[in-house]
Each structure stands twice: as C-alpha cells, then as structure tokens.
Design a protein around this ligand. Structure first.
Ligand code: NAD
Length: 418
C-alpha cells in the first residue's frame, strides 16, 4: 500500500489489511506480529507493568484511513471496543481531504508541576520572594533529571498563584518543565518534591501536595480542517453541524456527549500508543471547563463560501518514551505504524483525529441520526454474540436491518431459520 487512500480496504481479510498496513508503515514481520499475535504482551512483561498481575486483556486494533495532516499521510491505529468509531474517522478524514486535510500546530512539550504551600502569613510577599529565587528553584529541579536537561533544558519557568480556599490562602507554585518526548508525570513529580524544602524556607509555610497538573495548558495541540459543502452533502448539512455544535457550546449536558464523541477518536490512539488515557481525559474535560462553565472542546463555523470549518485545541500530556510506552510491544508497533517520531507529532495527530471524529458524529446527528450507521455495525456485534459464523454474518445482519429489529434474540431466530 503506497497511499492511505485505499478503496475497499474494509473488504479485505484481517490478514490482508494487516499486511497492507505493515507495507505502508514499513513494519517488519516481527513488528507486525506484535499487532496480530494476541500474546504480544507476555505475562512476564505484564507482571512488571502493574501490581497483582493475573493475565492480560485483548481489544481490537483497527486502522483509520485517509488522514492527511500537514500534507503527510497517516494510517491511525485505534484500540477501541465501540463499533463505528474507526469507520467514522476514516470517512471524516476522506471528506476533509477534499479541502486539503488537517492543519495542526503545537505549543510545546511543557508540563506543569504544582507545589501547594499553606500556612503562609503574607502570601503576596511570599509569591514575589519565590519569583525572586526563580533560577535557584529551577536549578534544584533540574539537578534531579540530567537526562531531561540535556535533551530539553528541563524546568524552564515558574508561575506562582495565590488561591483562596476553605483552609485559608494557598501559595501554589507551578514548575514549567519541558518534558520532551516523555509525557513527564514522573519527571515533574520528582522535581516538585525536590523544590519543596526551598519553597518552605522562602515562604515560612508548609508544603503539602507536589504533583503534576493534567490541565496541561502549556502543552496544547491545535487542529483545523475545512469540509466543503459539496463534500459534506450540501449547505443544509453545514448548517446542521453548526447548529449541533451551538447546542454543545451552550449546554453542558450536550457538551458532555459531544466531547465524548471527540474522545471516541482520541482515546483509541492514546491506548494504541501505550499512553495514559486517564491523563488526557482529565486534561480535556478540565480544559473544557476553564471558563467556569463546561462547554464544547471544538468549534464549528460556516465560512464566507458556505463551507464548514472546524477547530480544536486541547491539552496533550502524551509521550513516546517513559511510562509503559516503550514496554508494551504492541504500543511500539502502533507508534511505528502511525509513523510519528516525536511527542509533538503524536499530540497533533490526536487533535486531528478528535476533530475528525467530532465532525463525523455531528454530521450523522444533523442528517440521518447516529443510529443508522451505528446500528449496522452494532448488528454485526450482536449477530456474533448470537453465534453467527463468518459466512453467516452478512445475511443475518441484512435481515436484522431490513426488519429493523437489532437484537440478539432476533439474530438467534434468524440463525435457527437458516
Ligand atoms: P518516565 O519517568 O518513565 O520517563 C521520563 C524520563 O525519561 C525523563 O525524565 C528523562 O530522564 C528520560 N528520557 C529519555 N529520553 C527522553 C526524551 N527523548 N524525552 C524526554 N525524556 C526522556 O515517565 P514520565 O513520562 O515522566 O511519566 C509517565 C508515567 O507517569 C505514565 O506511566 C503515567 O501513567 C504516570 N503518571 C501519570 C500521572 C497523571 O496524573 N497523569 C500521575 C503520576 C504518574
């Protein structure tokens, strides 16, 4: 496969798809085996990753096609249990491609570590005292991670905030650390612990928590895309998507589900690449509430030509080194399949996938409704649960859809009549 545009890719067998994807990304036989072999993560390795290991757990890996991001073609590995996610992402990427695909940018790999200091008599004076000693504090932090300092410069800056709280004022110092290609939680937590005694000395207070923030708003990935009115099915559809977005922008109940649809695209890539999906979930949802009211992560507008334009900006605490990213053989193979070489590139791909997934969901909601496409794939799952073999699946699914009865019981009834 030379291009990620491959009509009929979904009709290939699993083995054929895997071979085509491996050719596209230059995966070796061994690397491909890490994706196709259910035992890629050995029990021995798993036992080093978490505690009390009793086994491993499998999920499907699919690949989203058609993505063009900053003029580079990607196939996107997605580890997910929900039907229709991969198909919807591929379809949205195809539509975006007609106007040039996705354009992205990134603010840098800067993570925040928070140091909470309480019992400070004069917090405003203390704040400035900490800032006067910025270089001394950064030097203490950096002494903890010479490897990171060599690669990125490590801790770069400080912010000091004063918070009113139930237990009185708090002086909260943010260490801003360039964590390079690492997500950086361990790296910045170690630094936060190291600077705590100096902050106590400078403020006369007591340091309590020393921990990163997942609201990584110095580590933002941005993506935009244009969908021509012709590609999406007309100006009515453009208006429908804008109206659907306006609902999410105005209402936290709707925003919650709209943003879940965005995470349908993002989380599977996070999982595939061995990253911390709880961290990115926490970051995204807190970023959506930063104004004080929870709202949509994306924005959708109609441009002067009547075409649809979408944009997204999100915190992206993700990495290619550290944590489990280098331990899980399938995660390593997925990173190679994706073809990203830096955390910055991964972050921007994630932003583009999130935008694509949101577009697909809003377009479906604004036109046929979400169930039409979803139920077809859901019917396949239910037919499998009912015991349909590979050869029976298409017929059972077709009958369920034509009878508009998508249930395991009905699938069993069809099977018994075959
Ligand atoms: P880590 O400590 O395993 O690796 C990071 C270290 O790798 C750096 O400190 C540096 O010394 C070294 N390194 C080598 N090459 C590098 C490069 N090119 N760029 C950057 N660093 C390089 O991992 P981490 O990223 O600090 O922490 C990630 C782990 O922390 C994940 O497992 C995550 O689940 C976990 N965690 C997350 C949270 C959270 O709130 N999200 C909290 C605690 C822990």
């Amino acid at each position: 496969m030379k291009t990620n545009q491959y009509p009929g890719f979904h009709k290939l067998s699993v083995q054929e798809r895997a071979a085509e994807a491996a050719e596209f990304s230059g995966l070796t036989e061994e690397e491909l085996g890490c994706l196709t072999n259910p035992g890629a993560l050995s029990l021995e390795t798993a036992n080093h990753v978490i505690e009390n290991v009793i086994g491993t757990y499998q999920l499907p890996i699919g690949v989203a096609m058609n993505f063009l991001i900053n003029s580079k073609e990607y196939i996107i590995p997605m580890v997910v249990e929900e039907a229709s996610v991969v198909a919807a992402a591929s379809n949205a990427a195809k539509m975006a491609r007609e106007a040039g695909g996705f354009t992205t940018s990134y603010t840098g790999n800067i993570m925040i570590a928070q140091v909470q200091c309480i019992g400070v008599a004069n917090p405003f004076f203390a704040r400035q005292t900490i800032l006067h000693h910025k270089q001394e504090i950064l030097d203490i932090a950096n002494a903890k991670d010479p490897v990171l300092v060599k690669i990125t410069g490590g801790a770069k800056d400080l912010e000091v905030r004063i918070l009113d709280s139930q237990i009185g004022p708090m002086v909260v110092t943010h260490l801003l650390v360039d964590t390079g290609d690492a997500m950086g939680a361990n790296a910045v937590n170690t630094m936060a612990e190291a600077v705590a005694p100096t902050i106590e000395q400078l403020t006369g207070g007591t340091v309590k928590l020393r921990i990163l923030s997942n609201l990584a708003d110095h580590r933002l990935a941005r993506a935009t895309a244009k969908f021509t009115k012709e590609a999406v099915g007309g100006e009515d559809v453009v208006d429908g998507v804008v109206a659907a977005y306006a609902f999410a922008a105005a209402d936290p109940y709707r925003a919650s589900t709209s943003n879940k649809g965005i995470m349908n695209g993002i989380d599977p890539v996070i999982v595939a690449t061995g990253n911390d999906w709880r961290g990115i979930e926490a970051g995204v949802h807190s970023y959506c509430a930063r104004s004080g009211r929870y709202t949509s992560l994306t924005r959708w507008e109609k441009d002067a030509n009547g075409d649809l334009t979408g944009s997204v900006e999100l915190p992206t605490p993700v990495g290619l080194v550290g944590g489990a990213t280098k331990i899980h053989p399938a995660a390593q193979a997925c990173v190679k399949l994706l073809g990203v070489t830096t955390a910055a590139e991964l972050a921007q791909v994630i932003a583009a996938v999130g935008l694509a997934q949101n577009f697909a969901a809003l377009r479906a909601l604004a036109t046929d409704g979400i169930q039409k496409g979803h139920m077809k794939l859901h019917a396949r799952n239910l037919a499998t649960v009912a015991g349909a073999t590979e050869g029976q699946l298409d017929e059972v699914v077709a009958k369920m859809i034509s009878a508009q009865n998508i249930s395991v019981e009905y699938a069993k009834e069809i099977l018994s009549s075959l």
